[in-house]
Design a binder for this molecule. Structure first.
Ligand code: NAD
Length: 485
């Protein structure tokens, strides 16, 4: 591979995410040869630590999460500087360290800043990076990698966006959504545009409906403090689900570049119908889990730190509509929830069927293309074929492809991919501001309609696929969920 020349400064370098995901990802990029001689990693946090201690922390992370002894040559590229990111004066020693590393490793002024810190600090750090002059003026790039969540509503997201855009332009901001780093999510575009049979049929003439499912089996665990204020709507729908929908709903980009891809996605996002409160009631279902059928698992209201009268949603299902020539009248059904029957991320594209074929004498199932993202990558295409019986009869059969063990072994983890793509200046698999903004406006409309009405909870049993109302939502349109758990 072509060597990448850059400095990466990790804010929050002593945190959980850095240790579990970020340093192992950087090590993989080193082992694959993307990082060779001209790179340096600067860790910073408010903890007192020497560079040697930090290097030992990184070695431990590689040992613990990759089961390997990190190369001494790799570790030598790591340095540490303590800073309180809320204090302007603390940025001067960081700046000095950055300039020294730039010299020592001949980094050409190329800089990436990764914010592995609490979201309330994102804006502050971005602004100090500019005002305290940590951005290079003579390098090829300054880039900002930003963790989730990006705001908790449109208003808070816009405020954050304004703070970021004082210091960084849109093409310098890499908003992480790790679902966009998943192999099979990245495969959507290839399957769609690379195959004429799908590409030509990817519209209202041939597609009946599209279903996106992100289901979890776990409950809230010990995260109620955060989760009770977010719910499935803000925790899973606003970001991950909407970003997956972006790949499904977009038109073909005019060229295969990040700018053109984002432009095509934004055209779709901008055509998403934002609902009135009445439309929310018609098109969206919220759920909260109760105990399981055997009463061995708590309901949400009995979980630790959950208020006894919580109206929080642990399940969301809904219908999206895009007012475009491609999609007029085609529902996109989405759902996500906790304590469901199975843990999976999948997309089911249901094609229209012609009932009059074979003189209408055969019941014909609809063709379905399923892209299964988790727990293992798989593609299933169910089609109609002839039954083996002597009289003419049809039956549905399924063509199936699975990611092999060898494929899986070489598939980079989302964080490795996202760090690589940022180093490479490729923003194709990151969330852009326009899409994030539309998703917030869409979600805010739903949340405010729900806030204004009381719902009886619990309304689904732990271990089921969610509330009955979610099945009724599709049944009303003459559809049904393809995946039943
Ligand atoms: P953490 O609490 O483990 O680490 C926070 C880091 O921030 C520490 O290094 C701490 O020293 C530093 N910090 C806190 N206050 C500071 C200050 N005033 N000045 C300088 N440094 C300060 O958090 P984490 O779990 O590593 O998460 C970091 C970010 O990543 C958050 O935005 C979180 O939402 C996001 N995230 C985390 C995970 C995960 O698996 N942990 C997954 C996805 C996203």
């Amino acid at each position: 591979p072509k060597e990448i020349t850059t400095l990466v400064t990790f804010f929050g370098a002593t945190g959980d995410l850095a240790k579990r995901k970020l340093f192992p990802s950087v090590y993989n990029l080193y082992k694959k040869g993307f990082l060779q001689e001209h790179f340096a990693i600067l860790g910073t946090s408010r903890q007192e630590m020497t560079t040697e201690e930090f290097q030992a922390f990184v070695s431990d992370s590689i040992k613990e999460f990759m089961n390997e002894d990190a190369d001494a040559d790799f570790i030598r590229h790591f340095d540490y500087e303590k800073a309180d990111i809320t204090v302007a004066a603390d940025y001067a020693p960081l700046k000095a360290k950055i300039e020294k590393l730039d010299q020592d490793f001949a980094l050409k002024g190329n800089r990436i800043f990764y914010m592995s810190i609490a979201p309330r600090f994102f804006g502050t750090v971005a602004q100090y990076l500019k005002s305290e002059e940590l951005l290079s003026t003579d390098g090829e790039f300054n880039r900002l990698m930003i963790e989730k969540p990006f705001g908790v509503s449109f208003e808070t997201a816009e405020k954050l966006q304004n703070e970021l855009s004082d210091a960084f332009s849109e093409d310098q901001v890499y908003r992480i959504d790790h679902y966009l780093g998943k192999e099979m999510v990245q495969n959507i575009a290839t399957l769609r545009f690379g195959n004429p049979i799908f590409n030509n049929a990817w519209n209202k003439d041939y597609i009946d409906n599209i279903q996106v499912t992100l289901s979890e089996t776990l409950g809230v665990e010990d995260r109620a403090g955060y989760y009770d204020t977010a719910g499935a709507l803000r925790d899973m729908i606003q970001n991950h689900t909407m970003q997956v929908v972006g790949w499904l709903a977009m038109d073909e980009p005019t060229e295969w570049t990040d700018t053109a891809i984002r432009e095509a996605k934004n055209k779709a996002f901008n055509a998403l119908k934002i609902y009135t409160p009445e439309e929310v009631a018609e098109n969206f279902v919220r759920g909260q889990y109760g105990p399981d059928a055997d009463n061995t698992q708590n309901g949400y209201l009995q979980e630790k730190d959950v208020p006894a009268d919580s109206q929080n949603n642990t399940y969301v299902a809904g219908k999206l509509e895009f007012a475009t020539d491609r999609w007029n009248g085609v529902p996109f059904y989405i759902r996500s929830g906790k304590r469901l029957a199975a843990k999976t991320t999948r997309i089911d594209v249901v094609f229209k069927q012609d009932a009059n074929i074979f003189n209408g004498a055969q019941p014909l199932e609809k063709n379905v293309l399923s892209i299964i993202v988790d727990p293992e990558g798989k593609i299933e295409y169910s089609i109609i074929a002839k039954d083996t019986t002597p009289e003419f009869k049809t039956r549905p059969i399924t063509l199936e492809w699975k990611v092999s063990a060898e494929d899986k072994a070489q598939t980079p983890e989302p964080y490795e991919r996202m760090i690589h793509d940022t180093m490479d200046g490729n923003g194709s698999n990151f969330a852009d501001w326009n899409g994030v903004a539309v998703a917030w406006k869409f979600v805010d409309a739903i949340q405010s309609a729900w806030d204004a009405t009381h719902q009886e909870f619990p309304n689904y049993v732990s271990g089921s696929m969610g509330p009955v109302a979610a099945d009724e939502l599709l049944a009303r349109d003459g559809h049904k969920w393809i995946y039943e758990g």
